[in-house]
Design a protein around this ligand. Structure first.
Ligand SMILES: NC(=O)c1ccc[n+]([C@@H]2O[C@H](COP(=O)([O-])OP(=O)(O)OC[C@H]3O[C@@H](n4cnc5c(N)ncnc54)[C@H](OP(=O)(O)O)[C@@H]3O)[C@@H](O)[C@H]2O)c1
Length: 252
């Protein structure tokens, strides 16, 4: 018997990741989510989906290690699935001014946000190419476009995600595999709570929301999940290589 099509959400434990899992759980395809450290959160997502009558497989993966990605894909196959929709939501930051940026801070962000994303995509490709269908959605950030003080590593990595999206869309489009990207602005999450709690950064943050953000509010994780879902669905069948900015109208 052939492998069944599934959706794989890499990094399903974050606030945005959980919203993406909830959104995809409403579709007909089986759902697989990964966690790296937050097993407890992953299992609570699984439990709450189960209470709603929906099923979700939970697997661990550290995308900064190719071996861990290889193991993830072997487990997916053992479960009887092949990845038809891949969402790379996992991402890290390690903020420092450029002058103080050490090699570890630079490399650790690149290893997850760029290398990890690429290796996950690469692992999906043989199956998608064989079936001549698939959709990949990457998660970047508006910081990739606007730049951000103290985030040279993060901004460069998220810029690479946008370039990777375009390049792969050209390469894979002829094989009926679409690759798109979402660039969120400020979204209600642990990161935003940290910004609000930091006396040095909260004024700056409130200033951006009250003057630069035309909707004058932070986004909800569900509002990002809806865009990710749209880009993975047939509703966006003629969209390829695009980065959709979902920031309440900061960048225009
Ligand atoms: N929050 C925002 O306002 C905002 C704005 C723009 C863009 N984004 C982007 O949106 C995405 C989600 O953001 P968030 O704030 O919700 O994330 P977050 O709370 O910082 O969580 C990061 C996610 O990445 C996973 N992860 C971290 N290192 C990993 C690794 N080595 N291997 C596999 N998974 C790993 C984490 O898994 P565990 O929890 O299991 O360790 C978690 O699911 C990120 O790509 C972020 O850059 C967020």
């Amino acid at each position: 018997m052939g492998l069944k099509k599934a959706v794989l959400i890499v990094g399903g434990t974050s606030d945005i990741g959980q919203a993406i899992c909830r959104r995809f759980s409403q579709s007909t395809l089986p759902l697989i989510m990964t966690y790296q450290k937050n097993r407890k959160v992953a299992l609570s997502v699984k439990k709450s989906l189960k209470q709603e009558g929906r099923h979700c497989e939970v697997l661990r993966c550290d995308i900064s290690h190719k071996k861990s990605i290889k193991t993830l894909f072997s487990r997916i196959r053992l479960l009887g699935f092949r990845v038809h929709v891949l969402v790379i939501n996992a991402g890290v930051k390690d903020d420092k001014l450029a002058v103080q940026m050490d090699a570890h801070s630079w490399r650790s962000v690149m290893r997850v946000n760029v290398d990890g994303a690429f290796h996950c995509i690469q692992a999906c490709l043989p199956g998608m190419i064989a079936k001549k269908s698939g959709a990949i959605v990457n998660v970047s950030s508006i910081a990739a476009i606007s730049g951000q003080v103290g985030q040279a590593n993060y901004c460069a990595s998220k810029g690479a995600v946008i370039s990777l999206t375009r390049s792969l869309a050209r390469e894979l489009g002829p094989k009926n595999i679409r690759v798109n990207c979402v660039a969120p602005g400020y979204v209600e999450s642990g990161m935003i709570q940290e910004l609000k709690a930091d006396p040095d950064l909260s004024d700056y943050f409130n200033g951006i929301i009250s003057t630069m953000c035309s909707l004058r509010r932070v986004g909800e994780p569900d509002e990002i999940a809806n865009v990710v879902f749209f880009l993975a669905s047939k509703q966006s069948s003629y969209i390829n290589g695009q980065t959709i900015i979902a920031d309440g109208g900061i960048l225009m």
